[in-house]
Design a protein around this ligand. Sequence first.
Ligand code: GLN
Length: 537
Amino acid sequence: MAAKYIFVTGGVVSSLGKGIVAASLARLLQARGFSVAIQKLDPYLNVDPDTLNPYEHGECYVTIDGAVTDLDLGHYERFLGINTTQDNNVTTGRIYQTVINNERKGEYLGKTVQVIPHITDEIKRRIQLLGACRQYDFVITEIGGTVGDIESLPYVESVRQLRYEMGADNVLFIHLTLVPFIQAAGELKSKPTQHSVKQLLETGVQPDVLVLRTEKDLPREFRRKIALFCNVDPDAVVQSLDVPTIYEVPLMMQKERLDEVVLKKFKLANPPEADMEAWKKFVEKSKHPKKIVNVGLVGKYVELPDAYKSILEAFIHAGVYNECKVKIHFFQSEHIDERTVSETLKGMQGIMVAPGFGERGVEGKITAVHYARKSNIPFFGICLGMQCAVIELARNELGYRDAQSSEINPNTPHKVIDIMESQKHITNLGGTMRLGGYKCTIKEGSLAHKIYGRTEVVERHRHRFELNNEYLPELEKVGLVASGVNEQTRLVEIIEIPAHRFFIASQFHPEFQSTVLKPHPLFMSFVKAASEISTVE
Ligand code: GLN
């Protein structure tokens, strides 16, 4: 069948969990046998979030084809087990860039270029791109921001036009709102939802389904009232109760029959119930861990855990499959110093040094690596975390006290981490790092080999600097093994120290490929190694 389009908007406030609801619906439709694409439209002017500070935006997610995207794409992949691409995240910046480039090429034939129709046409083209490949039964598009924002208007106008052009049988609108509970009055309030729907109606969009975020169960009467005032069917008023983990949302949406409501609206036959058994097992297991494992996450953005979203989720997955709960302790790397590190990181059964950019907090990360290495505590470094491990070894085992990454000090005589040759002449910062999936060949008999059980993997990247191969022979002499290498470029992808209980670090970001039903082997084995350490050791 030709793809059906589902648009998800949000109203009243942001952070209602639109991305999670969209991903949950996608998961349920997928589990009923449909193929589903899912996309996020972001109403900001950055072309992508690549140059954004994580404090602004949270993590930058990286797709296999090298797009730097909103972190919601991470949820989509973790929920659906599919790979998203460049086409799954579109920003206003990218839309304008295309339109302005077209204008410069003279493609608008003397016309005045305007938001309507030129910007809206480009938005519509980007939405339909996914459906046009005829691979998908459903395309779910989440519109970022909140209805009523100036920036969202062209998007809402575009989807209004799409419904007009494709017909109501092919396009469906889901609107998420908040139902506040006023403690003093003991009442649930429907007014914000009514106002939000009215606002949507002003732009010509009548929602078909309402998903109401609430901390209390919504009585039938309450739902009926909302249905009446907002012009939707009573069974299309679905509640989204606060739940302890995002992984319960698909099960809750199934209980609320969101997928059934959607299929009915599209007048599609109701195929067999979604089989969510494996998912249910995952959620059940996550609720009954046999033990707790304490992992220290050393990073410089720790005040905003969203900056490490995929890492945190990968730890949840790995914990569940190890039948334990991974308790993450955040450590601001700026506050770690040699004198106090053993006190600061005391009780940690595993230490992860996180990715990052720039000078701030690097010394603390290097100190944390040193502590983990010397105390034989399981260590796992990602990207900058691997680079810090190399610097630490060079300083403390090779005696190069000035060993550094040229990102931090371009003038140091011992650049054990150096800029990649291909990066040297790049001047634009956005979208120019080594991005996306590259092959990594794994050394037989290494820890990495044992972990992956394979000699070739593809992992995702986002970096400009690399281990300087000139130092590799010396580093190998003091116990480092380059167990993963990109054959084409000779770039070192994985390092490990076999003499250590568990010491591994990767230049790539394994966290982007951990999903609910397929946890990442590196996270799994790190958590396992950490779980074998007693806290009092
Ligand atoms: N800043 C380092 C680089 O660009 C590490 C990047 C990262 O940790 N993602 O190579």
